[in-house]
Design a protein around this ligand. Structure first.
Ligand SMILES: *Cc1c(COP(=O)(O)O)cnc(C)c1O
Length: 363
C-alpha cells in the first residue's frame, strides 16, 4: 500500500539520544518519559526501543496499564499518581510505581490493605504550583509513608522545574535551593531534571533524570535546535504532492482566499492537513521540503491538504516526496512558524498518520 501522510521513526536516533542523556548526566539513572503515546511516537514501540532506561514514566495509570497489557515488564512510574481507590488498586495489581503529591492520596493509602507494596516518588512543590506538597506537608507525608506497609523504603524524593527552559530565569536556582534544603535529612534518591534541566542546569542532575522531549531529539529551548545539543530527531513527517496548478496574477488559494498571487506561480497541493496534526495556524511561508528543496506554505492549512509555492522546484510532479518536519527541517522551526512549541506538534500527530520504522538504517 502506498501511504499519503506517514511518519518515519528513526529508532537508532532514539537510542543515540538516550546515550546523550547519559553523557549529560553521567551519574544519574534515567526515567524515560513516554507519556502521551511517547510524545506521539507510539507507546509500545518506544518502550521496546528504550529497554536500557532504568524506569519508564507515564502521566496516568491507564497509560501504564496499556504498557503492562502489551507485555512491558520494566519499572513504570505514574507521574500523576492515583486519585481514587480503583487507581490505587491498579497500581498494586500492575506492579507500578507512583508519584505521591497530595493529601487525598495519603488518606487512600491509610485505608488500603494489601500484601503487595510499591515504590513511591514523594513530590515537593518548589514553585511549579501544580502537583506536590508544600514544605510542611512534605515532611508530614514523608513520616506517614515511613509507617505505611505498602510503600517500599527508602522513599524517593522529587520535584519539577517550572522555568528550566529559560536559562536566564532565577526561579530555577530558587527551586533547586528549596529542594536540596528540604530533602537534606532524608536518605531517598532524588529526581529533579526534565530535558531542559538536563541540558541547561548541571545542578539539577541528581540521582535520577526524567528526559522526555530530548529523547525524541528535540530541543526544549526556544530558538535552539536539538542538533546544537548533539540530538537527532526521531520522527520525520512525510507526505506527497497530489496535484500541481499554474496560478495567474490575482488568483487566491484555499479557504478564505487569504493568499493572493502576485506573479504567475506554480503551486503544489500536498496530502497533509490539520486532521493529520499539521498545525492549522502555520503562517504563510512556513518551510516545507519538496524533493528535498525548501519551499513556502501559501494559503490556509485545510483538513486534508496544504498548498505550497513551487517556484523554486518547477519540475515537481504528482507523487513527489514531501517532508513536513524531520532531520533536514527541524520541528522546532515549524513550531515557531505556528506560534507553538514542538511538544504540541509531536503529540498532535493523529491516528490517520501511519507510523513506520526506518529499519536500523543510519542516515
Ligand atoms: C513530562 C514530564 C517530564 C519530561 O519533560 P520534558 O520537558 O519532555 O523533558 C519530566 N517530569 C515530569 C514530572 C513531567 O511531567
Amino acid at each position: 500500500m502506498s501511504l499519503a501522510a506517514y511518519a518515519v521513526l528513526d529508532l537508532d536516533a532514539l537510542k543515540h539520544n538516550l546515550a546523550k542523556v547519559r553523557e549529560y548526566a553521567p551519574n544519574a539513572k534515567v526515567m524515560a518519559v513516554i507519556k502521551a503515546n511517547a510524545y506521539g511516537h507510539g507507546l509500545f514501540r518506544i518502550a521496546e526501543a528504550l529497554q536500557d532506561a532504568e524506569v519508564f514514566a507515564v502521566a496516568r495509570v491507564d497509560e501504564a496499564i496499556r504498557l503492562r497489557q502489551d507485555g512491558i515488564r520494566n519499572r513504570i512510574a505514574v507521574l500523576e499518581g492515583f486519585s481514587c481507590v480503583e487507581e490505587l488498586n491498579d497500581i498494586l495489581h500492575y506492579d507500578l510505581e507512583v508519584v505521591i503529591h497530595a493529601e487525598h492520596q495519603l488518606k487512600l493509602l491509610k485505608d488500603v490493605k494489601s500484601e503487595k507494596s510499591f515504590s513511591a516518588w514523594l513530590k515537593l512543590d518548589t514553585g511549579m504550583n501544580r502537583l506536590g506538597f508544600d514544605q510542611v506537608m512534605f515532611d508530614q507525608a514523608y513520616q506517614q509513608l515511613q509507617y505505611s506497609n505498602v510503600i517500599e523504603k527508602p522513599i524517593n524524593l522529587m520535584t519539577h522545574l517550572a522555568n528550566a527552559d529559560d536559562l536566564e530565569d532565577t526561579k530555577t536556582r530558587e527551586q533547586l535551593e528549596l529542594f536540596y534544603e528540604s530533602v537534606k535529612s532524608y536518605s531517598g534518591e532524588l529526581s529533579i531534571a526534565n530535558s531542559a534541566g538536563i541540558l541547561g542546569w548541571p545542578d539539577a542532575l541528581s540521582d535520577w533524570v526524567r528526559p522526555g522531549l530530548m529523547l525524541y531529539g528535540i530541543s526544549p529551548f526556544s530558538g535552539k535546535m536539538g542538533a546544537e545539543f548533539g540530538l537527532r530527531p526521531v520522527m520525520s513527517l512525510h507526505s506527497k504532492i497530489i496535484a500541481t496548478k499554474q496560478l495567474k496574477l490575482g488568483d487566491t488559494v484555499g479557504y478564505g482566499g487569504q493568499w493572493r498571487c502576485q506573479k504567475p506561480t506554480l503551486m503544489g497541493v500536498i496530502a497533509i492537513g490539520y486532521a493529520d496534526g499539521y498545525p492549522r495556524n502555520a503562517e504563510q511561508e512556513t518551510p516545507v521540503l519538496v524533493n528535498g528543496i525548501r519551499v513556502s506554505l501559501i494559503g490556509r492549512v485545510s483538513m486534508d491538504m496544504i498548498t505550497v509555492d513551487l517556484t523554486d522546484c518547477p519540475d515537481t510532479q504528482p507523487g513527489d516526496p514531501v517532508i513536513l518536519w524531520g532531520k533536514d527541517l527541524p520541528v522546532e522551526e515549524i513550531a515557531a512558524c505556528a506560534d507553538t512549541i514542538p511538544y504540541t506538534l509531536l503529540c498532535g500527530i493523529t491516528q490517520r498518520v501511519q507510523i513506520v520504522e526506518q529499519d536500523g538504517q543510519k542516515s
